[in-house]
Every structure is written in structure tokens, then in C-alpha cells.
Design a protein around this ligand. Structure first.
Ligand SMILES: N[C@@H](CCC(=O)N[C@@H](CS)C(=O)NCC(=O)O)C(=O)O
Length: 315
């Protein structure tokens, strides 16, 4: 198996989900650390313009968004599974948690550490990612509401764990655990566990579960440079075995010029020729500076539409 390469940075909570999945599956992986604030030229050359983190690379196949990263890790190493109750429950809970908790978590975070965030970070997140000012003064009026929202949703985790199992959906860890762990992990890592546990009223059941999730570890990362990652893409061809295999209900045809854009934030379209699709995943063939790439996206949370402007190079 070609070693998967994760493009990520330490304090990225979405990356932490994937690092934990590497731990669950006991994988060897290449670790490319990217800057928390772009430019990220190597990563940009691989994604066709998708700008969020993490991104997983397998040769010339590029996986954008944690949902398709979970899926490809599951295909590479099916056991232990990320989906012990099937993919739907874990992915549905994950999308809910990511979408519902992200802004409240940022609100709580900046109350604790906002004064240390560089202006360049704040400007970048306002202009190119979230579209809002996340500086401490700008978020302060909403702090009480953000704390209430996080507290309410963490209490739902407590209720799930109250069913008597070690993990949210049963006795085996799932992708939902890795996801619901990530924003609480971010807050505790930055503000201190005791502070966050008290502020969000995290129960011993929830903190005990967080310990079990963290104990999965991160597998075996090997540091590699962005140039080495580019070389891995240059030396590879997109792998047809990694194309989705189900039916595509959308009416798009292989070879169509298609744009894929996140529907929440960092709405940068990636345009390429449709290489494969099913109801869960869409893959674009993009001609990058390293040669032909297949760039993979989930369907849920993204808009995949025929491209009307043909401004970008496409394979
Ligand atoms: N839905 C995406 C969300 C990824 C995301 O928002 N990641 C954050 C970092 S944790 C990000 O990209 N922030 C802006 C940046 O780093 O450019 C996923 O699941 O991968």
C-alpha cells in the first residue's frame, strides 16, 4: 500500500480526528506540517484550490475533507472499523457536531486565547475562511450563548454515554467519537482541561470518554517535507481502484467539467473533469503542476455543479 500522507497542523482539531483514526487503524503515515495561515504552495498545488486542512494524499489521489478521508482510510485498512454501526450513524453525527459546534467552540476558544492570535490569522479567517471576525472583542458579546450551546451539546454526549457503553454509539469506538472529541480537545488543549471541564460542565462520563479516545494515539507518523509530498504525487498516477463504486444519482457524466465547492466556509470552487462519483463521493481529474491528479470530495456538505466558466485547467 502507498503510504498515506497527511497535510495538517498540530492545533487543527479536524486534523486531530484523522490523526486519531491513524491511531485506531495502527497506520504508518507521512506527516507534512503546513502553516496555520496560508500561503501553502505545495498543498495548493495538490488540491486544485481547496484550502482547508486536513488533506490526505495517496500518491496522486488527494482527499479533501475529513468525511472522505475517513472513507479512504476505511478502504485501505477495514479493521478496526470506523463504522461499527454502519457509516450513516457515524457520519451523520459527525456532520452535526462539526457544523453545530464549530462557531461556538471558536467563541469559547478566543475568550481564552484570543489576545495571542496574530492579526494575520484573524484577517485570513475573516476574509478567506469563516467570513466573520473571530477576534476576542468581536466574539465577546456572544460568549454566554456560545458557552450555553457547547454545554447543551456536550450534555447530549453525556446522555449517549449514559447508555452504559464506552463510546457514543456502542462498545466500539467509531468515527463519531473521533469527531465529537475534536472541538472539546481543542478547547482543553488551549485553555486547560480543568477550566473547560468546569466552564462547559463536562461530566466525568464525558471526560473519561475523552481519555479513551485520546488513548487511541496517532499511529506511526514519519515527518516528510512538502517537496517530498509533491514528488510522491509526481511519481504516481491517480489510482482507478480508489474511484467510488456506487451509482451516481446526480446525472453528471464522466468527463463533464464540474466545480465542487464547500457549502459552509472557504467557498473556493475546485474545477475539473468528472472522473468518478456516487451518492457519497465525487472525484475530479485536475491537471496540477505535478501531473494528473484525482481530487476527492464528499457529496454532503459540498455543492457539485456543472462548471459554467471554464477558467481553470482541467485534465
Ligand atoms: N469540513 C472540513 C472542515 C475542515 C476545516 O474547517 N479545517 C480548519 C482547520 S481545523 C481549516 O481549514 N481552517 C482554515 C485553514 O486552516 O485554512 C473537514 O471535515 O475536513
Amino acid at each position: 500500500m502507498t503510504m498515506p500522507i497527511l497535510h495538517h497542523y498540530d492545533l487543527s482539531p479536524f486534523s486531530e480526528k484523522i490523526r486519531l483514526a491513524m491511531g485506531l487503524k495502527d497506520l504508518d503515515w507521512g506527516s507534512v506540517k503546513v502553516e496555520a495561515v496560508p500561503p501553502r504552495p505545495a498543498l495548493n498545488a495538490l488540491t486544485g484550490g481547496y484550502r482547508r486542512v486536513p488533506v490526505l494524499q495517496i500518491g496522486a489521489d488527494i482527499f479533501c475533507d475529513t468525511a472522505v478521508i475517513f472513507d479512504v482510510l476505511e478502504r485501505l485498512r477495514p479493521e478496526p472499523t470506523l463504522y461499527p454501526q454502519g457509516a450513516g450513524l457515524a457520519k451523520g453525527l459527525s456532520l452535526w457536531w462539526d457544523r453545530a459546534t464549530w462557531i461556538p467552540a471558536i467563541g469559547v476558544l478566543v475568550d481564552h486565547i484570543g489576545e495571542h492570535l496574530p492579526q494575520a490569522f484573524l484577517d485570513d479567517r475573516r476574509e478567506h475562511y469563516l467570513g466573520i471576525d473571530i477576534s476576542k472583542p468581536a466574539m465577546a458579546p456572544m460568549l454566554a450563548a456560545h458557552v450555553q450551546q457547547m454545554t447543551a451539546m456536550a450534555d447530549w454526549l453525556d446522555s449517549m454515554l449514559g447508555q452504559g457503553h464506552d463510546f457514543l454509539t456502542g462498545d466500539r469506538v467509531s468515527a463519531a467519537d473521533l469527531t465529537c472529541h475534536h472541538s472539546l480537545w481543542l478547547l482543553r488543549a488551549n485553555a486547560g482541561a480543568e477550566v473547560i471541564d468546569a466552564q462547559l460542565r463536562l461530566s466525568p462520563r464525558v471526560t473519561g470518554w475523552m481519555g479513551r479516545v485520546a488513548a487511541l494515539g496517532h499511529g506511526r507518523p514519519t515527518p516528510i517535507t512538502p517537496d517530498e509530498a509533491l514528488a510522491a504525487a509526481r511519481d504516481a498516477r491517480p489510482d482507478p481502484a480508489l474511484l467510488p463504486t456506487g451509482d451516481d444519482p446526480s446525472g453528471l457524466t464522466i468527463g463533464d467539467l464540474v466545480s465542487v465547492t464547500p457549502d459552509d466556509n472557504a467557498r473556493v470552487p475546485v474545477t475539473g473533469r468528472l472522473a468518478g462519483a456516487d451518492a457519497q463521493e465525487i472525484v475530479l481529474a485536475v491537471a496540477g503542476e505535478t501531473g494528473d491528479l484525482h481530487v476527492h470530495f464528499p457529496r454532503a456538505g459540498f455543492q457539485a455543479l456543472p462548471a459554467r466558466d471554464q477558467g481553470r485547467d482541467a485534465a
